[in-house]
Design a protein around this ligand. Structure first.
Ligand code: B12
Ligand code: SF4
Ligand code: SF4
Length: 327
């Protein structure tokens, strides 16, 4: 069987031209950056295996499953020749009066910025699929597979290999000029496009994120311990909290931005052009009582298209009660 890119060489005029077109289309779709990783630059199995062996993935059993798919891009898309990595800025703080770090007077609970808009899984996937459709108009035989967050793909690894940005000590990808307030998404292609080169990490002597982390989840030189991460407990953990081992959540109702807010690379980052989800604009300043009063129906009405919907009202209420000392 012939692959879509059989006539294309990675450095050829055609391949460079195609990447240029992809970048233009991405910009039209509102995606800030796009770069390509070579599938040959596979992730180190030991980093993932040791992370799992230590139990750093907490209750996220799905991360231990499909290990081979996570480590081998050729299993994710047989015949893969390029991994197109996109960064989509999500910080909407510039567009509105956002609660500032430490400014939680009046008992306002905080929602991390990644959750202020409409569900990014849906929105980013739609944009990446639109890119695939435009490519297919030129190359009908193209094999492509899109990944956004939930797919068994180590997204930060590929984005770093593509040179889209570099991984900071907080573990997030920092994109020059944008900071780390970006979502990542990928298109695996059987088409050889010119790959980028990794950027040098530029944390220097800074350790602000490690100091700012409320649960002590971040460790020098290796991926974080999710058992100590507020984001894990407020977003991923379902059901009652265990008696021991949950860090102090306050003021984070959903997600946590402490490590990223402390990061100097996020000081002047470009904001998102997307609006805050209508149901959330005023809720960004709510107290635990406000969330309690909302009720399941009110929650569905306001939050159904946002990342909060995945957690569900019961878990959101559990978080609010915990912060208010009532759980
Ligand atoms: C599970 C998960 C979580 C878990 C666990 C976090 C973790 N660090 O693994 C929890 C729930 C805690 C979480 C929290 C958050 N997440 Co999250 N999460 C994921 C998910 C689904 C899988 C990550 C994974 O596979 N982890 C396993 C570890 C071993 O892999 P890894 O962290 O990707 O790291 C690999 C490499 O990057 C490298 N590496 C990573 N860190 C470091 C550090 C050092 C020192 C070294 C040497 C190497 C290294 O080694 C690893 C193996 O190759 C990804 C989406 C995806 N499919 O990749 C989103 C993703 C990483 N999350 C994202 C976001 C936005 C968040 C939050 C900011 C949300 C919030 N505000 O609450 C926080 C940030 C917390 C933090 N400081 O990392 C974005 C990050 C975007 C970016 N700019 O980097 C992603 C990419 C989703 C997306 N599509 O945009 N998340
Ligand atoms: S998201 Fe919060 S708890 Fe998790 S590593 Fe960052 S600062 Fe620590
Ligand atoms: S806060 Fe400092 S150490 Fe942490 S990621 Fe940002 S620059 Fe690196």
């Amino acid at each position: 069987m012939t692959a879509a890119g059989d006539d294309l060489r990675p450095g050829s005029v055609e391949a460079v031209e195609l990447l240029g077109a992809l970048r233009e289309w991405a910009a039209e779709l509102g995606l800030e950056r796009l770069a390509v990783a070579s599938p040959d630059r596979r992730p180190e199995a030991t980093l993932l295996d040791e992370w799992l062996a230590r139990g750093d993935h907490a209750g996220m059993g799905y991360l231990a499953r499909r290990r081979e798919l996570r480590l081998d891009p050729d299993r994710f898309l047989p015949g893969v020749r390029s991994i197109v990595c996109a960064a989509w800025a999500y910080d909407r703080a510039g567009a509105m009066e956002a609660p500032r770090p430490g400014a939680t007077s009046g008992g306002a609970l905080r929602i991390a910025r990644f959750a202020w808009g409409r569900d990014y899984h849906v929105e980013l996937r739609r944009r990446l699929r639109a890119l695939v459709a435009r490519l297919r108009a030129r190359l009908p035989a193209l094999k492509a597979r899109v990944a956004v967050d939930t797919a068994p793909v180590l997204e930060r690894h590929w984005a770093a290999q593509a040179g889209l940005g570099w991984i900071g000590r907080h573990g997030c990808l920092i994109v020059p000029g944008l900071g780390s307030w970006v979502f990542l998404g990928e298109i695996f292609l059987d088409l050889p496009l010119p790959a980028g080169a990794p950027l040098a990490a530029a944390c220097g002597e800074c350790r602000r994120c490690l100091e700012a982390c409320p649960g002590g989840a971040l460790r020098e030189g290796r991926p974080m311990d999710a058992r100590r991460c507020v984001s894990y407990w407020t977003v991923e953990h379902s059901g009652a909290f265990p008696r021991r081992g949950v860090p102090k959540l306050s003021p984070w109702l959903f997600g946590c931005d402490a490590c990223q807010e402390a990061c100097p690379w996020n000081a002047g980052g470009a904001g998102s052009r997307e609006p805050v989800a209508p149901g959330l604009a005023d809720a960004l300043h709510w107290t635990a009582e406000d969330w309690e009063r909302l009720g399941a129906e009110g929650f569905a009405g306001r939050c159904s298209e946002t990342p909060l919907a995945r957690a569900g009202y019961a878990n959101i209420l559990r978080n609010a009660r915990r912060i208010a000392g009532r759980e």
